[in-house]
Design a protein around this ligand. Structure first.
Ligand code: NZQ
Ligand code: ZN
Length: 379
């Protein structure tokens, strides 16, 4: 086991009605608020009203930036940061899923920096500070509510990049599972897939750490048990709560302690599919993960066997991969490129982008030949 430091300053408020503490919390951070949200789901499901109720009576000024897209883009981040700077906001209040909260994190860094957000995303400039981010989560998937990561896309440069900074842990995250009951079946399934992919990336990380291995298996088992039940009963609070808790724990550091890092090779490829064809994040992962396991089964059979044994009490690798793939299918997630209307004519374009966006530091580095093989396995 490697040495590690545990630091996670996010105050998580979890459960039904926790939003009633938002007003009290906001008062501690100031009265000039930049409210950031997506395409309008929070208007349709009533979350906007509940947030506004908390703001009323505080005597605060609120500037709204609406329209953060799924697979968020840096143009929105820059525009929202400019709005925040103009009005000298004290904090960014993010109400939405991963795309909104990630954008809010980068906005919070860009406000004091004063220049283009991509300078920070591209590591040209090291972030020195951020205004506080307070998050109200409406979709269980990414874990961004309790981690120091943000992912934003730059279409001009053809890249979906991530930034990790201790300045962007949300100060508070409000997790009311009831706020997620309106998430449609497809995004609910993608969220379950995403949290599973996060712990799989940890499982295939560098270094051995037995307790996190057990956490990974527990989270996978929880997701695989609850996911199908939830899809049959989307408004079930208890099932929503279980998925929300699992997704938060999947990427808040717990599953990585004692390892150097996760693998993240599958995520990097998933990001290429989102970048080029706007494939939802979770759906990109259900296409790539089974293919990656098939590719890696010769190279790391033992590690895959341990996973499949832990999950299915069956040491047969092919059977395990089949079961995982079948699970994603049962959840209505795509497992091939064809299912998201990406034909073989796009392979060259995808390959180029995979090479362009190749990340260093994977536990299992991938070569161009590997990428070509993966494309065949995803077809
Ligand atoms: O935009 P609105 O109208 O809010 O609609 C959203 C969006 O269309 C909708 N939605 C959210 N909450 C809802 C709802 N619809 C009905 N009821 C609700 N309660 O769902 C759609 C998808 O939202 P989005 O925020 O894009 O989904 P998700 O939470 O999966 O976030 C995906 C983004 O997070 C990044 C991904 O790359 C992607 O850009 N990730 C962030 C990570 C992190 N910061 O730690 C790690 C992940 O691996 C991931 O890369
Ligand atoms: Zn993910």
């Amino acid at each position: 086991m490697q040495n590690f430091t545990i630091y996670n300053p996010v105050k998580v408020h979890f459960g039904s009605g926790v939003i009633s503490d938002l007003g009290k919390v906001l008062k501690e951070y100031g009265r000039r608020i930049l409210l950031v949200y997506g395409g309008g789901s929070i208007h349709r499901n009533g979350v906007y009203g509940k947030v506004m109720e908390q703001l009323s009576g505080l005597g605060c000024s609120v500037w709204e930036y609406r329209g953060i897209k799924p697979n968020p883009v840096v143009e929105d981040v820059d525009a929202a940061a400019e709005l925040g700077r103009q009005h000298e906001v004290d904090l960014v209040l993010a109400v939405g899923g991963g795309s909104v909260i990630d954008s809010a994190k980068v906005i919070a860094l860009a406000i004091p920096y004063g220049g283009p957000a991509w300078d920070l995303m591209s590591r040209k400039v090291k972030p020195r500070s951020a205004v506080p981010v307070i998050a109200v989560l409406t979709l269980a998937a990414t874990g961004t509510e309790m981690n120091p990561l943000a992912v934003v896309q730059n279409n001009e440069l053809g890249t979906k990049g991530s930034i990790m900074s201790p300045h962007i842990y949300p100060a508070h995250s409000f997790l009311d599972p009831g706020f997620t009951t309106s998430v449609p079946a497809n995004y609910t399934a993608y969220g379950v897939a995403d949290l599973m992919a996060h712990v799989l990336e940890a499982w295939f990380g560098k270094g051995e750490s037995p307790l996190p291995d057990r956490f990974v298996l527990s989270i996978l088992q929880e997701a695989m048990e609850v996911g199908p039940l939830l899809l049959k009963d989307l408004e079930n609070y208890d099932l929503r709560a279980r998925v929300m808790y699992a997704s938060t724990m999947a990427l808040n550091g717990t599953c990585i302690h004692g390892r150097a890092h996760g693998d993240w090779g599958v995520h990097a490829i998933g990001h290429v599919l989102s970048l080029l064809y706007d494939v939802p994040h979770g759906a990109s992962l259900t296409i790539v993960y089974p293919a990656w396991l098939k590719l890696m089964k010769e190279q790391i059979p033992e590690r895959i066997r341990e996973l499949m044994f832990g999950l299915f009490r069956n040491e047969h690798i092919d059977d395990g991969i089949y079961r995982l793939e079948h699970f994603f299918k049962r959840m209505g997630c795509p497992v091939t490129l064809k299912e998201v209307n990406i034909g073989t004519d796009k392979h060259q374009e995808i390959l180029q982008s995979m090479m362009h966006n190749k990340v260093s530091g994977l536990t299992y580095p991938l070569t161009e030949t590997d990428y070509q093989e993966l494309l065949k396995l995803m077809t």
